[in-house]
Design a protein around this ligand. Sequence first.
Ligand code: IPM
Ligand code: MN
Length: 378
Amino acid sequence: MRSSRHRIVLLPGDGTGPEVVAQARRALDALSENGSAPWNLEEYPGGATYYREHGKEWEPEAEAAAHAADAVLLGAVGWPGVNLPSGDIAGAALVLGLRRDLDLYANVRPCRLYPGVLHRISGEFKQVWSPDKVDMVMVRENTEGLYTPARGVLRRGGTTEVAVDTRLITKVGSERVIRYAFEIARRRARGAPEDGARRVTCVDKSNVLEGCRFFRATFDRIGQSEYPEIPRDYAYVDAFTQWVVRNPEHYNVVVSTNMMGDIITDLASVLQGGMGFAAGGNIGKDHAMFEPVHGSAPKYAGKNQVNPFATFFAVEMMLRHVGDKHTDARMIRAADRLEQALAALLASGTARTYDQGGQLSTSEVGDRVVAALTGEKR
Ligand code: IPM
Ligand code: MN
């Protein structure tokens, strides 16, 4: 156990990012025991709006701090019409850049429906799936695949004629993310809601794509040799999109390649109540970054309206990750306290933002979380 403080770097970013990170900060302050937290918070600006004003996505000190941190909490980046000369979104350095530069190879996105959370379907708020049937962890490869910067366009006579993105699937990239998924299955408290099985499902398109055949073969090799007790399961990505909606209870841990993982995790967020609840952890050997999955949501920026729960769950993941890594019981206790407060608030139905059919603002939900954390009896 380490007695020094963990270094946590906050990157609020663009749009609604700063609004939700401000609430995360309040929750972290409320979690500090007797006024002394086992962490130090540092905050740095950056992203698309920063780029527009300063001609760079962030300052070198911000980047250095992110590289030196025990964990990074990212709000969101991106703003319509603000792009880098390459065409990439301005702010990409903070998300895609850090994923690659810190080698955050596993993007871990839990999909769990908490009691009290509603599904918004065609403008109506109701519970479509039941909480005891939605409890899986999706693991997305985070450093290669279609996101590999091996792309380009062919311009001839001033006209773009061809565009190409190369999808790279490597042995080491596949092995480590697949191993990470099996490790989660081994350590998780629960298996699939359907039958308690600790199955890992490999989602790919191996009936067509060579890279996916390689990914699936790697999945079988690692599973068979290192995790023989864990049932292996398979889905082609197209079929998976209907199965996960119809029978979410079948899934426990799901592993996929980068772009497919990007798509299926947004889809699955509907099962957990929407993007307002979807949190993710970008995990590497030496670094980790946590974020709400929803993005900067320009339409809602500055309105104090968006649902901060995704960010609170990202904070919970962050505390738990750092606590596990450094065997620091204070961090695990903070994660447990936060999760209990969030679950109780959700169950009470008293902390609903617009996306849940409620009236509360972002900061009012923050007020409830702070009150729950400071008012609890310990
Ligand atoms: C996500 C986002 C990012 C991605 C964007 C913002 C670059 O959609 O984290 O899922 O495509 O990975
Ligand atoms: Mn995405």
